[in-house]
Design a binder for this molecule. Structure first.
Ligand code: 5GP
Length: 189
């Protein structure tokens, strides 16, 4: 998606050898006009997939999942990362290793919100090593529901997420695929 690639080149910052900081438009301050275009693009790519629900993980997947959901006209469910008194006890859960935080955590979704008849689009902001997306796929499969695919805003093609999901037979649609990064350069695939 050209608009997104231009924005990454204009405002994205490379941190170390593998992290892209895009918090001026995607992760902290949100450019809603751009989000609308991204939501429209996800809908175009998955228009024939009979999606009836979008699943993401808190926090940074929620905004793009909600905007995309307006085009699909379906509800959004987000997996919770934090324990709270107000989450149902009956949950699907999966362990996820966080690439940015370098530690593992559990994600949980109430069994009330994913049903075997659901066809689910998983959406997230980044694909790195595929841990977050794999945890969400795991939860959908525990529920006996169908994964229509994974929609990613920025895929880092130099990490192994695509291969991990491909081995599970999951369709992946990324709006921008970064092939390599240098100290001050970002190259798309
Ligand atoms: P994975 O689970 O695929 O290894 O990593 C994806 C998750 O880690 C995403 O949910 C995202 O929040 C975070 N993440 C991975 N790489 C980056 C990055 O380069 N920049 C930012 N902002 N988040 C990232």
């Amino acid at each position: 998606m050209e608009l997104l690639k231009k924005r990454i080149l204009k405002d994205g910052k490379v941190i170390g050898d593998s992290i892209i900081k895009v918090d001026s438009f995607l992760n902290h301050q949100l450019d809603i006009e751009l989000f609308n275009e991204m939501g429209r693009e996800f809908k175009a790519r998955f228009s024939n997939a009979n999606i009836n629900k979008i699943l993401t993980v808190e926090a940074s997947g929620i905004a793009i999942a909600c905007i995309a959901a307006q085009y699909f006209k379906v509800p959004v469910v987000f997996a919770k990362k934090h324990d709270a008194l107000n989450i149902d006890e009956d949950t699907f859960h999966s362990e996820v290793y966080s690439f940015t935080k370098q530690k593992s955590y559990n994600i949980r979704v109430s069994k009330k919100y994913i049903m075997p008849e659901d066809t689910i689009l998983i959406i997230d902001d980044f694909l790195a090593n595929g841990k977050a997306a794999s945890g969400l796929v795991d939860i959908v499969q525990q529920a006996g529901a169908t994964v229509a695919g994974v929609g990613i805003v920025i895929e880092k093609g130099f990490q192994k997420g695509r291969e991990v999901l491909r081995q599970k037979g999951i369709r992946i649609e990324s709006l921008a695929i970064i092939e390599s990064i240098g100290e001050d350069t970002i190259t798309f695939g």
